[in-house]
Design a protein around this ligand. Structure first.
Ligand SMILES: [Zn+2]
Length: 317
């Protein structure tokens, strides 16, 4: 059974020990702090107040990813970690505007370095496939998302898809103009929606932004018409169980609708989202699905099958 991960943020997958090494070299973390102390302070183990509180903690990653060499290492280790998790296909996403906000590096340089790291890892681990999804960051506003959309189109052959992510305070419908050229160019589009927002955000992502998949999308469960539509049109939801629990998008395990979607025939996949910040792996999320959500082994395999079918990667050869 092939294991493909569809929803993993490459910048927030930066290995905790590497994050620690960079932060200490930059004087952000004191030289007397040990890796164990850093990990126990930094990695989220308990629930935050909401999604925004979690996103605010991402700043450290953007602060340390300030040279091409560091970004190359992020990409290399990002693929290497997926390989060690038993993954055969990794869709890795990052936001150029998020990553360059402190460093001022050019987006082209960031893409070059990311690609180099990924290529070296694919040479070292020829059994895994990987591809990059370009993210427009909602909280940076329409102009930056439009700029990201233009950047994506300029480099379309180097990406496998486009995503909209970040704080859900700005409604997805506001970004329609940035997505029009993406839809026209036949881009594979996935959009973060219905995580801390409602089913309307999921509808808008499909109807206005051309989403073929939805990041999270768990609030779709509140709209029976939408649930039917997702099942019929085979629009996959990229579900991230521990992430939803930590951000209180699904504050209790019983609030996580993964099983209800499966029962309704909606394609769903299981994902890590931000493995470094949450201190988890994909096998860990499969375990959570089994132990906390009552998902059977057969259902896990069904999720893996759905992930292969909906992947933007070319998995045929
Ligand atoms: Zn995400």
């Amino acid at each position: 059974m092939m294991q493909v991960e569809l929803h993993r943020h490459l910048d927030i997958a930066l290995r905790p020990s590497t994050l620690f090494e960079f932060a200490q070299a930059d004087g952000i973390v004191s030289s007397s702090t040990t890796l164990e102390q850093f990990k126990s302070d930094f990695i989220l183990r308990t629930q935050m107040s909401d999604l925004s509180a979690v996103l605010d903690k991402f700043e450290l990653y953007a602060r340390v990813l300030k040279t091409p060499a560091r970004i190359e290492r992020m990409a290399f280790e990002g693929v290497e970690d997926c390989y060690h998790e038993g993954t055969n296909g990794a869709e890795l996403r990052f936001s150029p505007s998020f990553m360059c906000q402190f460093s001022g590096l050019s987006w082209d340089l960031v893409l070059d370095a990311t690609e180099t790291g990924m290529r070296l890892a694919l040479e070292a681990y020829p059994d895994i496939r990987a591809g990059l999804i370009c993210i427009g960051s909602r909280e940076q506003g329409l102009d930056q998302v439009t700029r990201t959309s233009e950047f994506f189109l300029k480099h379309q052959s180097r990406f496998i898809g486009f995503d909209l992510a970040g704080h859900e305070t700005v409604p997805n419908r506001n970004f329609e103009s940035a997505f029009k050229p993406l839809i026209a160019a036949g881009a594979n589009i996935t959009v973060h929606a219905g995580e801390s927002t409602d089913a309307t955000a999921v509808w808008e992502s499909i109807e206005l932004l051309g989403a073929k998949r939805i990041g999270h999308g768990i609030r779709a469960i509140d709209d029976t018409t939408l649930v039917k539509y997702l099942a019929e049109k085979k629009i996959l939801l990229e579900v991230c169980p521990t992430s939803n629990w930590l951000t209180r998008a699904a504050p209790e395990w019983k609030d996580q609708p993964l099983k209800k979607f499966l029962d309704a025939g909606v394609p769903v996949s299981i994902n890590t989202d931000d493995p470094s910040m949450f201190g988890l792996t994909l096998p860990h999320e499969f375990r959570v699905a089994r132990e906390k959500l009552g998902i059977s082994e057969a259902e896990i395999n069904k999720c893996k099958e759905y992930a292969v079918q909906a992947s933007f990667l070319d998995l045929r050869h």
